[in-house]
Design a protein around this ligand. Structure first.
Ligand code: NDP
Length: 474
């Protein structure tokens, strides 16, 4: 099997070493990728640095055109990229509630287009006859993008497009567990972008660490675990790297007593279990009022029973396998702990006896804060339902977490839900929905879920520094 190459300075580059990428639905080798060493990281950063001055000097509209061309490239290669995502992530081609590999590629295209259309205008801070003061946004230089395995290409686009759009050059480092679609994208991009504007190095955590440490990298944009985010922050201290850290979440949803249980059950289920819960802003803890919890348990359990779990290439499959063996082990461990802690399993509970990393959607009730399944982010298809009595109790339980990515409130009384939602300690609040990200709406966490935002003009600003220019009358 020919290894997927690195992309450095516009060229496909091989390496002495290579690593396997598994297909999680069979646990067999799907692809091999060239494995970068620190010399490759240095070469990629040098290529990005060399390309930086010309790229930032281009007229803004020209960079916008390049970004639009990247969107078109994604679109022209959508089918092949979709198959790649299915094979390396196990995400179904269509998926429960339409959230699957096709959605990932369509999302990547949509975000690329939306980002191409963004612009950062100069701001006039003062305009008097004695002086004029202008605030300008300038590119930072070289941006390192480190991405996870759950939505590998879409998150890559979330990082790369605004970085390029704002005038930076980029070195991508995808997760070694799902690097193929991103690598294909970088190869395609090298056909249209000037050499060195977008580079890609594959490898394990040491490659990401070398990028995070590199003195010629001006910013790291990272999506992944809080533990790795902390390492990246430490590594960046020496050259005061700028950071955007989008880390794990343990999003809470609060279900108030006035809901139409049947109407919201499938929406709640989708928010919890799409992509097997392997989404940073999936719903991971459900706090349900005691008057409706029994009814909601029955509805959710019935949906779980009807889920078609299996071959992700089959168009009718709802959920595929968990993406990797380590994640499956975390889920099994949390399920075992929930059992010991007295949790009642309404569905699922143990992995399927078949090749691949299949674990059915699992709903657990009878636990509360303090149980590991409630306190820790499972990042998998297992969700606890927790009973509450009063709104104050629900808010206290929801906010009793180190995470602060997203949260939601579900009620027919939108004003009441909004008032409660505003008390949630998190970066995004949704009423009667959860996790719907949009390219024009900034997204980011607080507390241990990280800092900085992506998307929209706010997100674009994160790839720039401020320069003020005061022009005094001559
Ligand atoms: P990691 O945070 O370990 O990995 C994310 C990315 O960081 C990968 O590209 C990884 O490379 C890279 N990396 C690893 N170590 C370093 C380092 N020292 N310096 C720089 N980059 C590094 O996530 P995992 O994939 O191991 O998943 C672990 C947990 O993270 C999950 O259980 C889940 O809770 C959370 N997670 C959260 C995500 C989110 O969307 N917020 C997405 C994925 C995971 P490599 O893969 O090659 O090691």
């Amino acid at each position: 099997m020919k290894p997927v190459p690195l992309v450095i300075g516009g060229q496909a580059v091989g390496a002495d070493d290579a690593f396997d990428v598994l297909n999680p639905s069979t646990a067999t080798v799907y692809a091999r990728c060239a494995r970068a060493d620190t010399d490759h990281v240095d070469r990629a950063v040098a290529a990005a640095r060399d390309a930086s001055a010309d790229w930032r000097a281009l007229p803004d509209e020209r960079r916008a055109e390049f970004c639009m061309q990247l969107a078109e490239l994604l679109e022209a290669n959508a089918e092949a990229l979709t198959e790649c995502i299915v094979a390396e992530t196990g995400k179904p081609i269509a998926g429960y509630s339409g959230v699957g590999a096709r959605k990932e590629i369509q999302g990547a295209i949509g975000w690329a287009r939306a980002t191409a259309k963004l612009a950062l205008a100069d701001e006039i801070l003062q305009d008097e006859h004695t002086a004029r003061v202008v605030l300008r946004r300038k590119a930072l230089g070289v941006v390192g993008s480190i991405t996870p395995w759950n939505w590998p290409l879409m998150i890559g686009i979330w990082h790369v497009l605004p970085a390029l759009r704002a005038g930076n050059t980029v070195v991508m480092k995808p997760s070694e567990l799902a690097p193929v679609a991103s690598s294909r994208f970088a190869e395609l991009a090298a056909r249209v972008l000037p050499p060195g504007v977008l580079n890609l190095v594959n490898g394990f955590g040491d490659v990401g660490a070398a990028l995070a440490l590199h003195k010629d990298v001006n910013k790291i944009v990272f999506t992944g675990s809080t533990a790795t985010g902390r390492r990246i922050m430490r590594a960046g201290a020496d050259n005061l790297k700028r950071l955007t850290l989008e880390l794990g979440g343990n999003d809470a949803g609060i279900v108030l007593p006035d809901v139409d249980v049947r109407a919201i059950a499938s929406k709640l289920f989708a928010a919890c279990f799409h992509n097997n819960g392997q989404t940073c802003a999936a719903l991971k803890r459900l706090y349900v009022h005691e008057s409706v919890i029994d009814a909601l348990e029955s509805e959710l359990a019935a949906i779980a029973d009807g889920i078609r779990l299996g071959d992700p290439m089959h168009p009718e499959t709802d959920l595929g396998p968990v993406q990797n063996a380590a994640q499956l082990a975390i889920i099994e461990d949390l399920a075992a702990d929930a059992q010991t802690a007295g949790g009642r399993f309404l569905s699922g509970g143990r992995r399927l006896d078949r090749p691949g990393y299949f674990f059915p959607p699992t709903i657990v009730t009878g636990l509360s804060n303090g149980a590991r399944l409630v306190d820790e982010e499972p990042f998998g298809p297992i969700v606890p339902l927790v009973r509450f009595g009063t709104e104050d109790e629900a808010i206290a339980l929801a906010n009793d977490s180190d995470s602060g990515l997203g949260g939601s409130v579900w009620s027919k009384d939108v004003e009441r839900a909004r008032a409660l939602g505003e008390r949630l300690e998190c970066g995004s609040v949704w009423i009667n929905g959860h996790g719907g990200l949009q390219p024009h709406v900034p997204f980011g966490g607080i507390k241990q879920s990280g800092f900085g935002v992506t998307f929209g003009v706010e997100g674009l600003r994160e790839f720039t520094s401020v320069q003020t220019l005061r022009i005094n009358a001559g």
